[in-house]
Design a protein around this ligand. Structure first.
Ligand SMILES: [Fe+2]
Length: 376
């Protein structure tokens, strides 16, 4: 039976972007005001030039994008051979933990056939996050990397990030050489942990997502991941039952405000969308929690205190679940692939000595989140 689609249209009567618990926390200062072209292209006394100058960020404050239109997503993971003969025939796979994460050697993602890509989508949906080592994605022409990623869905253009010149579809994470603003950040905050799934305020948030390292500190800047399907399964059947049918608003307003306040860009009018709190993955059928403190604001139909109370419990449950989390270490040539529908992640701002950290994300959008009924 086809899953019942849950209505995700915005309810205009209440401004849900501002009426609930909001913990949007911007750990990464960056942006056009902090960007120093000379330091990136030529290096500084302490730091070498950027290894991939074609991926340095540019910001066009004048260029505005229209609202995203709905589109029909095709989930390639549903076509995959579950034995993964095309993806893993020559691979060494090391599980990072019992229930989330793998590290793979011996596969070149850019050379996969379509059957291999289908298997990649399913494998990542099952393992939640996978680090592929010794990849050539960062060395290819940017358009080739985008053509590869475009197989998995329509490219998302981020509302507030800079992009490599001519390629707004690439989302960049960039802290330049000699940038020591992490020290300022810790004057104000005790930690840089920001659990979230990417851009959940969109009507069709991303699915299979690719992040690859261009330059990174020798130590630090790891990424944390949480298995949101396991987070759901850890709850009692009675509590799971209570969550089914609930929906929450997800807001992009604070992220846009933050960008504007630090001299950054806002490419599109910020949006708020409503999604089910428990979503179902289209290829695995797994149910997963789909809330995060960065973008989720309010449970629809609950009073503010009721909504804040329940969301805080879920955020704490996810953040404390180290027995359903993995910590990914970056290395030159690493491409990390996660399924944004069934994971949450957090960057860590734990180095403050001015080493450059520069990554590129390819972010194919997926279906509008939907839920299927509680099964006990
Ligand atoms: Fe993210």
């Amino acid at each position: 039976m086809a899953p019942a689609l849950v209505e995700t249209t915005l309810q205009e009567a209440v401004d849900y972007s501002k009426s609930g618990t909001g913990e949007y926390k911007e750990a990464f200062i960056g942006g056009p005001k902090a960007f120093r072209s000379d330091a990136e292209l030529k290096g500084t006394g302490k730091q070498p030039p950027a290894k991939h100058p074609n991926y340095l960020p540019t910001w066009d404050a004048e260029k505005k994008y229209p609202p995203l239109e709905p589109f029909e997503h095709y989930e390639h993971g549903k076509d995959a051979n579950p034995s993964f003969p095309n993806l893993l025939k020559n691979a060494e796979v090391i599980d990072l933990t019992a229930n989330i994460g793998a590290e793979v050697h011996g596969v070149q993602l850019s050379k996969l056939t379509d059957a291999g890509k289908d298997e990649l989508a399913l494998f990542v949906a099952q393992r939640k996050v996978v680090a592929f080592r010794d990849q050539d994605l960062a060395d290819l022409p940017i358009q080739d990397a985008l053509n590869f990623g475009g197989y998995f869905g329509r490219h998302h253009i981020h509302p507030t990030s800079g992009g490599p010149s001519g390629h707004p579809e690439v989302h960049l994470v960039h802290r330049g050489a000699d940038d020591t603003t992490a020290r300022n950040f810790f004057e104000e905050r005790t930690n840089s942990v920001t659990w979230h799934s990417d851009v959940t305020y969109e009507q069709q948030p991303p699915g299979t997502t690719f992040l690859y390292l261009l330059d990174g500190p020798i130590a630090g800047g790891d990424t944390l991941f949480a298995n949101q399907a396991e987070a759901y399964r850890r709850l009692s059947p009675e509590f799971q039952k209570r969550l089914h049918g609930l929906k929450a608003s997800h807001s992009g307003v604070e992220q846009a405000d933050n960008s504007r306040n630090r001299g950054g860009i806002v490419r599109r009018k910020p949006v708020t969308h409503i999604h089910p709190i428990v979503r179902t993955h289209p290829a695995t059928g797994e149910k997963a929690l789909f809330v995060n403190p960065q973008f989720t604001r309010r449970i629809i139909g609950y009073k503010k205190e009721e909504s804040d109370f329940l969301l805080k419990f879920l955020y704490d449950h996810i953040a404390k679940g180290q027995d359903f989390q993995a910590r990914l270490k970056w290395a030159p040539g690493t491409v990390v692939v996660w399924d944004n529908r069934v994971t949450a992640h957090s960057a860590l701002l734990d180095w403050d000595d001015g080493q450059r950290r520069h990554l590129a994300r390819i972010t194919p959008q997926a279906e509008a989140p939907y839920e299927t009924s509680f099964e006990g």
